[in-house]
Design a protein around this ligand. Structure first.
Ligand SMILES: C[S@@+](CC[C@H](N)C(=O)[O-])C[C@H]1O[C@@H](n2cnc3c(N)ncnc32)[C@H](O)[C@@H]1O
Length: 246
């Protein structure tokens, strides 16, 4: 893998966030309602699933999700994939060895999941096929380098447990929000997180994501949405899906 492929300015931002304040401070504090929804649904899934679990996290970031799962005393294996080298370094150091969750991280683009060798490699690392696949607030970033998000989920679906769960969360600006209102959100985001704000066209709206996931072979079991926080209008959605049975 050629990591220099990932060296664009936004990737450097993620590296910076991982090394400095950490993703929790940047994202979870700023988008508190989105974080609360994701944590609540993930907790519920973890509680109701049979352990040990095999978890694949696409665009995993610096490991707060792995820590959240390990902190719930879940046994099993977790593999995080992300293009940010610093995030993966942090993930790999983050979970103490005594925890029941064994965590691995790979510096890779989500696009790798479409390649024929990836499912074998994932099985080797996780000790079997994934029971849960997570992709949280990463699609709008992934599509900047690889626009075929549908292919990533279709390939993931083929190589996961048939009773498994896919959890996909991301943001979008509602259609009825004017460009001026959206600009206010973007200014808020820049000022409060330091992140370069994604424009409206960079996000996948909820209805479009629903189609992407359906075409990738998934059936929606539950979908929720909330405003990311009270100060801004950007919406966070969270799909919980299973593989469609024919
Ligand atoms: C907003 S962060 C979300 C991180 C994590 N899922 C979370 O909930 O905190 C988006 C992540 O997507 C990663 N990313 C961007 N392009 C990617 C790609 N092509 N493949 C995998 N990850 C990518 C970034 O490095 C970043 O860590």
């Amino acid at each position: 893998m050629n990591t220099s492929l990932f060296e664009n300015s936004e990737q450097k931002e993620f590296d910076y966030f991982a090394v400095n304040c950490g993703f929790e401070k940047i994202f979870n504090t700023s988008y508190s309602k989105a974080y609360a929804l994701f944590s609540m649904i993930l907790s519920d899934i973890l509680k109701k699933s049979k352990h040990p679990l095999r978890i694949l996290d696409i665009g995993c970031g610096d490991g707060w999700t792995a820590e959240f799962i390990a902190g719930a005393n879940i046994g099993g294996t977790y593999l995080g994939i992300d293009t940010s080298e610093e995030s993966i370094k942090k993930l790999n150091r983050r979970i103490p060895y005594e925890r029941k969750l064994k965590v691995s991280g790979m510096v890779e683009s989500a696009e790798w999941l479409v390649s024929p060798e990836s499912s074998c490699e994932i099985r080797k690392i996780l000790g079997g096929i994934p029971d849960i696949i997570i992709c949280n607030t990463a699609c709008h970033q992934i599509r900047k380098s690889y626009p075929y998000i549908y292919k990533i989920f279709a390939a993931s679906g083929l190589s996961m447990n048939k009773d498994g769960i896919l959890l996909v969360g991301d943001y979008y600006y509602p259609e009825d929000l004017s460009d001026d209102e959206m600009e206010l959100d973007r200014i808020w985001i820049k000022n409060n997180t330091g992140q370069t704000p994604t424009p409206r066209s960079g996000f996948i709206p909820r209805t479009e994501m629903e189609l992407v996931l359906k075409n990738a072979g998934f059936e929606t079991e539950d979908v929720r949405e909330v405003r990311a926080n009270r100060a801004i209008s950007i919406i966070y959605y969270l799909f919980r899906l299973k593989i469609r049975s024919w």
